[in-house]
Design a protein around this ligand. Structure first.
Ligand SMILES: NC(=O)c1ccc[n+]([C@@H]2O[C@H](COP(=O)([O-])OP(=O)(O)OC[C@H]3O[C@@H](n4cnc5c(N)ncnc54)[C@H](O)[C@@H]3O)[C@@H](O)[C@H]2O)c1
Length: 464
């Protein structure tokens, strides 16, 4: 295929369907670039999907429209990304005027469905940031719209693409520990990154669907992919007992708080020029405060969570998420009929090194093309044998190197075969948020919740 636009449009249908054959064939002229419109010019939109695409892929794609409800952030976003295109505060008008091939959705989570559905109805393919959406009704509406429109939807699950996650997938797919039977997965957010969710819209259930959805969608997607099955039933506990109403004092925001000197969470946004330009200078348009008090009373999400999930292939999962850990990291252990696999990331005691937790979060979010840094171990311990250590070459920035690999697959190496099946379509997006939605319902009702009762998707024993 000679046209990069045509190549992409054929491939997106393959990616969305996780299928080996293209579903749709397009017929465009030679050398046309892929036309992209983006809605949601916040930090993720303008850095990863904005500036990075302009800097790295301008030979094969072009932005034809940017949209946000905040005109100030929109204007800053346009300048920051370097996208040479019109800016809109009305989404429908952007689609009508700019006629994109692909719409990228990077608004706040509770609004994703509006733009995904509208874009597909107006004839565009869609790439949405995680989470797919925040409740089961919106999820069903997205699935229905995708079916009715015949358009394609992919979900930007970047964690799958880090070399470390991929190595775990490979070891499990190779049956290194026999038939998988159970999994323990525990994720620790520190008092910088974890706290940051409580400073803004993520702290409200109606905007983020809680961290069960906003954050854990990453984890449940990894688990569904590693376990290679779909979830059938969820039982969960959760509580809010550290942030929000539990704080010893509260102010309007950090900038003007009278408790600055005694608050361990005091954060001066004015020291960060980029965040000041993106958020503080544009508060006047919509009242979006980036440095809200994380002890404000409106916070209604959980700050500690645990769940048991049963998979259709009978694998049992124990999951937990902590949001005020002194360090940021995670641990996973897989039990199989022939042994055990253990993996972890950033547990400081294992390395006997001091990691600056504030710098760590900034590094994680950087998009500097991910220099190779070091090797990390995965332990494979077969029954009756000594354990073995598998060393994985690592990158730190851009979500462990996952970010750039995801974009390369979508836009550049469109026809390459991925033996690990790392691109995610609407079904993957749905299955990962449905676990979190079921967990929320389980906490509310005190009962286990079946995934098949949430939408018309019936969980499969084997994912692919
Ligand atoms: N994959 C990842 O690792 C990753 C990392 C960060 C963020 N994200 C996702 O990216 C999305 C954006 O996150 P963010 O941190 O950039 O948030 P943000 O608050 O910085 O940006 C959201 C933007 O959406 C705009 N917006 C909100 N409602 C809108 C509407 N109705 N119409 C138009 N614009 C609207 C806001 O004005 C804001 O500019 C979220 O869904 C988040 O989950 C993913």
């Amino acid at each position: 295929m000679k046209s990069s636009r045509r190549k992409f449009l054929t491939s997106i249908s393959m990616l969305a369907a996780s299928s080996a054959m293209p579903i749709t064939q397009f017929d465009f002229g030679m050398n046309a670039k892929l036309k992209i419109a983006l809605v949601g010019t916040g930090i993720r939109g303008i850095t990863f999907w904005g500036k990075r695409l302009v800097d790295e892929y301008s030979d094969i794609l072009e932005f034809v429209g940017l949209c946000d409800i905040n005109p100030g952030r929109l204007s800053f976003g346009k300048e920051y990304t370097g996208a040479n295109c019109p800016a809109f505060t009305n989404f429908e008008k952007m689609i009508q005027d700019s006629k994109p091939d692909l719409v990228i959705v990077t608004t706040k989570d509770s609004t994703h469905h509006e733009f995904i559905i509208k874009a597909m109805e107006m004839g565009c393919d869609v790439l949405t940031e995680k989470p797919l959406t925040t409740d089961e009704n919106k999820c069903q509406a997205i699935l229905d719209a995708e079916k009715k429109s015949g358009k394609n939807l992919i979900v930007g699950f970047n964690y799958r693409w880090s070399p470390y996650s991929t190595k775990i997938k490979q070891l499990l797919a190779d049956n290194t520990i026999g038939k998988l039977t159970s999994v323990d997965f525990h994720w620790y957010l520190n008092t910088y990154h974890g706290a940051s969710y409580f400073r803004r819209w993520h702290g409200q259930m109606e905007s983020s669907g809680s961290l069960w959805v906003h954050k854990a969608t990453h984890h449940f997607d990894l688990l569904n992919w590693w376990i290679n099955s779909e979830p059938s039933e969820v039982f969960a506990f959760g509580d809010l007992e550290f942030y929000g109403k539990n704080g010893p004092f509260r102010g309007d925001n950090c900038r003007n708080c009278k408790h600055q000197s005694k608050c361990d969470f005091y954060w001066d946004i004015s020291k960060n020029q980029f965040l000041t330009d993106l958020y503080t200078k544009n508060e006047k348009y919509d009242g979006y405060i980036r440095d809200n008090c994380l002890f404000r009373n409106e916070i209604n999400i959980y700050d500690k969570m645990s769940a048991q999930v049963k998979y259709q292939n009978k694998v049992q999962l124990n999951y937990s998420l902590t949001t005020y850990s002194p360090f940021e990291g995670w641990r996973v252990a897989f039990n199989g009929t022939e042994g055990r696999l253990e993996a972890w990331m950033d547990i400081p005691y294992y390395k006997e090194m001091n990691i600056d937790q504030a710098e760590m979060h900034e590094k994680e979010m950087e998009q500097n093309n991910g220099e190779t840094e070091h090797y990390e171990p995965i332990i494979v311990h077969k029954l009756w044998k000594d354990f073995e250590t598998v060393m994985v070459e690592m990158e730190k920035s851009g979500h462990g190197g996952g970010d750039k690999r995801l974009q390369d697959k979508i836009f550049r190496s469109v026809n390459s075969v991925d033996p690990f099946g790392r691109t995610a379509g609407s079904r993957d997006g749905a299955m990962s948020v449905l676990i979190g939605i079921a967990a929320r319902k389980s906490i509310e009702t005190g009962s286990a919740v079946k995934i098949k009762d949430l939408t018309n998707l019936q969980p499969r024993t084997v994912r692919d």
